[in-house]
Design a protein around this ligand. Structure first.
Ligand code: ADP
Ligand code: ZN
Length: 744
């Protein structure tokens, strides 16, 4: 027991950095601790805050007492509270908002056990879409509730809806009253792991590379020492086996582990690898868990009933009582970054901080480490371990670059090169499987006028509408607006019969394959075929069990799958991402090609990868096809250094959104000038420009970038501005620290 402290520093719920000192009144002595939620007077007004620290002396002479203790038990462990305070400061987000991110709503609220309110649409989708548009200006909160409800299949839990739509319950009640939505009571079926069989596996004898990495990590676990290990190895090199054995060592010492995997890799296959080694010691957290499931898992973890937690990005916040190891698999993955909401955290960076706070090692694993992490390894901040060869003895696949420009001159159709068609035919003949991969940014089919060259755009967003053949509709991927049937008259020049489809979509590729090879069976995995819960995994399972010969998909199929029968992977359009004006474009393409290549030849048969490109001489494509990560890193890091991009600087993107373009522009400019005045001259503040999507859901979007030395200078300036700058209500400001994309 420590002596009772006389004072407490308190961080206000709506603040980022600053703490204020208060006296702990006698009545509350011994009850207030770090993370306690309290009421304190601020210039005469009562405010909610959290105790940051207990202390014997106050910084100022006249100290007011804490007026009330709101919840005696802090919701977060001291470690997680410290993490939250760091996040508030680093990501320029009020502590209250950060705490909302850390605590699932099911835990924050008093979730009624196993009984929940379920919200459904009471009108057709089309009717609601119309009403939603009418409501947009008058009651934006109701419109955003409808936005969410238009996306779901049948309905969703009220608590989830509140979270997704970021509203209070009032707009939902209003919509129910108008007869647009309906609410019902449901019982939830729980436990995400039921009905899955698995066979127990034993630890494998490690290869020398694996052993070396393992020993360093285990030493840090035993010493309870914070240390970041970057584990660099291609797919199949045995990284997961190293994780499993490190987790086992932690478990032997009574310590828990957190394993982060990208949402998309959180498949039955992945879970099974862990379950087959550790039985029920595992909790799985992912965003498709129902509210009740999440609530149960969270408490199971908190009680120490599951020492190993596997989950997507937000699992980094789970309350593992005695944390001994943190693992981030595929650490370069962009899905670890929360870009749409504040705080704009990156789970990999939060993981490193969590390890630091908990005094435990952190493993970052990847075949293509992010430039940031590899730079940290090269400069000695992280420990690097390399797995040089594939553990499963499969050969590294042969990668061929196919020049599509030449193929087109020869009269090829533009989608498939002759080499790829020959490859597909040959694999099919011997009963092996093929994956065809379309880059995300190139898979849309749009409707284009052949006379005036304009594409049909969404009236509410700055984006071309995408054609969906099965439903014969044009659809907006940003707001869900649909036009059915597609217009035959050009909306711009008003000429008739001039509209033509352009671009290649997954649906078209599938159709073309059927036309060329009538007896080939295909499975398509993209946003359209995986709308429903579980459908993604079901399709992949079917492919794995040989129900199809060719798998066609977008980036959804690029990661973490293991199909021994796949011996050919074709990348149809590898160039798409290279044309985006973004300093990470090269890195993205290199990662993509490497990931895709990892899908081929995972079994006993050697694999092959064909990369179709219009730019066969492009450096990135060349280095990716040689799978030369080190050469790629050496060249790319020089570019970053030369132009002052991360990891050499810290970057922030400040985004302004609102319904009136002129007002948004005016506010953005005013904010920018005030920020310039607050920052030292070592910071570079770019001009205000329209965002990559200049309009979404009738909201105009303008942004500017700031770059400068790392540290907290920028976030201090932003908090200062939050206090000084009276933003008009109609314009929303959001700050993205270390944005994934400087463009979108
Ligand atoms: P990664 O995580 O790098 O993709 P995995 O750990 O999944 O690699 O290993 C790929 C395959 O090789 C798996 O089937 C795994 O069981 C096997 N494997 C890994 N390490 C060994 C080892 N030391 N001895 C034998 N097989 C291994
Ligand atoms: Zn739209």
């Amino acid at each position: 027991m420590t002596l009772p402290s006389a004072y407490a520093s308190v961080i206000l719920e709506l603040a980022i950095h600053k703490t204020l000192d208060y006296r702990i009144p006698d009545a509350l002595q011994g009850m207030v601790c770090r993370g306690s939620r309290v009421m304190v007077p601020v210039r005469g007004t009562p405010r909610v805050g959290y105790v940051f620290e207990l202390k014997d002396k106050a910084e100022v002479s006249r100290v007011m007492p804490i007026s009330e203790l709101l919840s005696p038990e802090p919701l977060l462990t001291p470690e997680l509270f410290e993490l939250a305070v760091w996040m508030a400061s680093y990501y320029c987000t009020p502590l209250a908002t950060v705490l909302k991110t850390l605590l699932p709503s099911s835990v924050r609220g008093k979730a009624k056990e196993k009984q929940q309110l379920y919200v459904m649409r009471a009108k057709t989708r089309d009717q609601l879409a119309d009403i939603c548009r009418q409501l947009r200006a008058k009651s934006p909160a109701q419109a955003s509730v409808l936005d969410v409800m238009l996306q779901v299949r049948r309905g969703m839990l009220l608590t989830e809806l509140l979270e997704e739509a970021e509203t209070s319950q009032a707009p939902i009640d209003a919509l129910v009253k108008k007869g647009l939505l309906a609410i019902d009571i449901v019982r939830i079926d729980r436990s995400p792991l039921v009905n899955e069989d698995y066979i127990k596996t034993k630890p494998k004898r490690l290869s020398p590379d694996q052993q070396a990495a393992h020993d360093k990590i285990v030493q840090a676990i035993e010493d309870k020492r914070f240390e970041v290990h970057l584990l660099h190895g291609v797919t199949g090199s045995g990284k997961t086996e190293v994780y499993l054995q490190a987790i086992e060592k932690a478990l032997d010492k009574g310590l828990g582990s957190i394993v982060l995997v990208p949402e998309i890799a959180l498949t039955a296959q992945t879970i099974e690898r862990f379950r087959s080694r550790f039985d029920d010691d595992i909790a799985v957290l992912h965003h498709r868990l129902s509210h009740g499931e999440r609530h149960d898992e969270w408490h199971r973890i908190q009680r120490g009933e599951a020492s190993i937690v596997i989950g997507a990005r937000s699992a980094i916040f789970c309350p593992v009582p005695k944390l001994g190891l943190v693992i981030v698999d595929e650490e370069h993955e962009n899905s670890y970054k929360q870009s749409e909401l504040t705080p704009s955290y990156h789970a990999r960076d939060v993981a490193v901080m969590r390890g630091k706070i908990s005094n435990c090692p952190v493993i970052l694993g990847s075949a293509t480490p992010s430039l940031e992490s590899y730079h940290n390894a090269v400069t000695g901040k992280y420990t690097l371990s390399v797995l040089h060869s594939r553990a499963d003895a499969a050969a590294i696949p042969k990668i061929t670059v196919v020049n599509m420009a030449a193929d087109r001159e020869r009269g090829g159709g533009g989608t498939f090169s002759q080499a790829l068609l020959d490859g597909i035919a040959q694999r099919h003949k011997v009963g092996e499987q093929v994956i065809l991969f379309l880059n995300r940014r190139g898979y849309h089919t749009t409707l284009l006028c052949q006379v005036c060259s304009s594409v049909v755009e969404c009236p509410h967003c700055d984006v071309a509408l995408t054609f969906h053949k099965d439903e014969r509709t044009l659809c907006c991927h940003l707001c869900g607006h649909t036009v059915s049937p597609p217009p035959s008259l050009c909306p711009t020049c008003r000429k008739a019969n001039t509209m033509k489809f352009r671009g290649v979509g997954t649906q078209q590729v599938e159709k073309a394959i059927h036309a060329i090879f009538p007896d080939i069976r295909t499975i398509r995995v993209d946003a359209d075929t995986t709308k429903h819960k579980g459908s993604h995994q079901k399709l992949l399972r079917e492919f794995g069990s040989g129900k199809a010969d060719v798998l066609i998909g977008t980036q959804m199929i690029a990661k973490g799958l293991h199909f021994p029968q796949v011996t050919l992977v074709g990348v149809l359009n590898s160039d798409g991402a290279l044309n985006i004006p973004d300093f990470r474009a090269s890195e993205t393409v290199f990662q993509l090609i490497t990931q895709v290549a990892g899908r081929s030849g995972r079994g006993a048969i050697a694999g092959e990868v064909m990369i179709q490109t219009m730019m066969p001489d492009n450096r990135v494509i060349q280095l990716a096809s040689q799978q030369d990560y080190n050469a790629f890193f050496a060249e790319e890091i020089e570019v970053r250094k030369l132009f002052g991009y991360p990891p050499f600087t810290q970057m922030a993107k400040v985004l302004f959104t609102g319904a009136t373009e002129a007002l948004v522009a005016q506010e953005a400019e005013r904010y920018r000038q005030q920020l310039v005045a607050l920052l030292p001259s070592t910071f570079e503040v770019n001009p205000v420009l329209p965002a990559g999507y200049a309009k979404i859901k009738d909201q105009f979007r303008l942004q500017f970038l700031v770059r400068g030395p790392k540290g907290f200078v920028l976030s201090r300036a932003i908090e200062e501005l939050r206090k000084q700058h009276q933003t008009v209500k109609e314009v929303r400001v959001s700050v993205d620290i270390n944005p994934i994309s400087t463009y979108f």
